[in-house]
Each structure stands twice: as C-alpha cells, then as structure tokens.
Design a protein around this ligand. Structure first.
Ligand code: MD3
Ligand code: FE
Length: 219
C-alpha cells in the first residue's frame, strides 16, 4: 500500500454520486474525474499565456493561493481593490480563452444541478500548495448573482469551509477530492466560504498541488 492510501481509497472507483450539501449547493462527486487529464492539459496551455501569480489584497497581504484566469474577464486584486478585468495585468494582454473542455464540463455540471442556462465568461484558477489557504469570503464582484458558480477540484484533497450569510457563523467542513464538482446557486450563492490550510500530500497527476477552477458569469 502506498503511503498516502487510506481505507477510503477503496471507494475511489465507485460511480459518481450527487449530494445536496444544502439549499442551492450540489456536490457532483467525481464528475470531472474522467476528464482530469484533458483538463490538466488545457490548464497547461492557459498557463503558457497567463502563468500563476500571487496577487496582493487591498490591505497589502500577498495571498498564499496563486491565481490566474481564463475567459473574457478575470478576477484580480491589488492595492486598488477586487474586480474583474478583461486584461491580465502581468501580460498586458487579454486573458486566454476558456478551453472548450473547461466550458463543456462547467455547463454540463450546471445543467445537472438545475442551471441549464449557465454560460460562464470567467474562470478563476487557484493553485494551493501545502500550507496555502483561503480565508472566509463572499464572491460578490460578479454582476448577476442569479447565475451559479461551478467549482472543479483537481489534485490534492482539501477541506472546504462552508459558512452561511453571516461571517461569524462557524463553517461546516466539506471534504473535496480530485474530480469533485460543486455547483453553488440560489440561496447558497452569497454564503461565506473558504479553504482550510492545505495538508501535505502527493497526487499522481498534480504532485503536491491542488487546483481549483471556478466558473462564473461575471459580466
Ligand atoms: C460557495 N475558491 O475562488 S471553490 C474562490 O477551492 C473560491 O479554491 C475555493 O472560493 C477553492 O472564490 C472554493 C467553491 C466555491 C466557490 C465559490 C462559491 C464555493 C462557493 C461562491 C459562493 C458560495
Ligand atoms: Fe470564493
């Protein structure tokens, strides 16, 4: 048995399950798993144009999560604030297009969760290494909160922190594994959420890294 295998790994090849996490939030477990290599190959192409970078918050903190984007708009932060921008501030050029394999996966997942009209124009890509975390926040820079957000986890597992509409409520802990897709819409759309400090590990496809793709209708 390899060092990172746990008894739960015995279940890894069971068929994908759909789990309602709560009102408006659906976990499509392993939904992206069969496309994992295609997604990672497309990610590598995006990174040639717009590599990962550590952005700075308006308060002056450098984020532990490295980020990039693809799509007509990309989420950025710097000392001036949080916003969507059509241009990558590092390259001075537009963000790369959303790869077809990304878009098809996101729209299929959204449709399965009850959002047949989802048409993402922005995809924020997060990279976590062990020790990286994302503090509790709301995603509110998008223009229209009626559209859901679709999130795809690849590589090392993480503990997602899922709160409520009040930042002070203690969040639930949701385990997200390689290939898991979550669709957040309706009453879940404005909930506070974050990612607990990534633990050490080694994933066969990504090494000691977790990637998260979040698809948004930002414009
Ligand atoms: C719940 N990313 O990029 S994805 C983010 O794993 C972000 O990298 C996390 O939060 C990550 O903004 C979490 C799951 C997620 C994304 C957006 C949400 C959950 C959400 C928006 C509203 C409610
Ligand atoms: Fe978020």
């Amino acid at each position: 048995m390899s060092s990172e295998s746990t008894p739960l790994d015995l279940f890894q090849d069971l068929p994908a399950r759909d789990v309602a996490l709560g009102p408006g939030a659906v976990l499509l477990s392993a939904f992206a798993k069969t496309a994992d290599r295609a997604l990672l190959a497309a990610l590598a192409d995006v990174l040639k144009v717009s590599p990962f970078r550590h952005m700075v918050t308006p308060g002056g903190f450098t984020m532990s999560v490295a980020m990039t984007n693809c799509g007509d708009a990309g989420w950025v932060t710097d000392r001036r604030g949080y916003r969507y921008d059509a241009v990558d501030p590092e390259s001075g050029r537009r963000w790369p297009a959303i790869p077809i394999v990304f878009a098809e996966l996101a729209t299929r997942a959204a449709a399965k969760a009850g959002f047949p009209a989802f048409a993402p124009d922005a995809c924020l890509i997060n990279r976590y290494v062990p020790g990286a975390r994302l503090t509790l926040h709301q995603d509110k820079n998008e223009r229209d909160f009626d559209a859901p957000i679709v999130s795809v986890s690849l590589g090392l597992p993480a503990t997602f922190l899922w709160g409520s509409l009040a930042r002070s409520d203690r969040p639930r802990r949701v385990h997200l594994s390689h290939g898991d897709v979550v669709v957040w819409g309706g009453p879940a759309r404005m909930t506070y959420h974050g990612v607990d400090t990534l633990r050490d590990g080694e994933h066969p496809l990504t090494g000691a890294v977790r990637y998260n793709l979040t698809f948004r209708q930002a414009l």
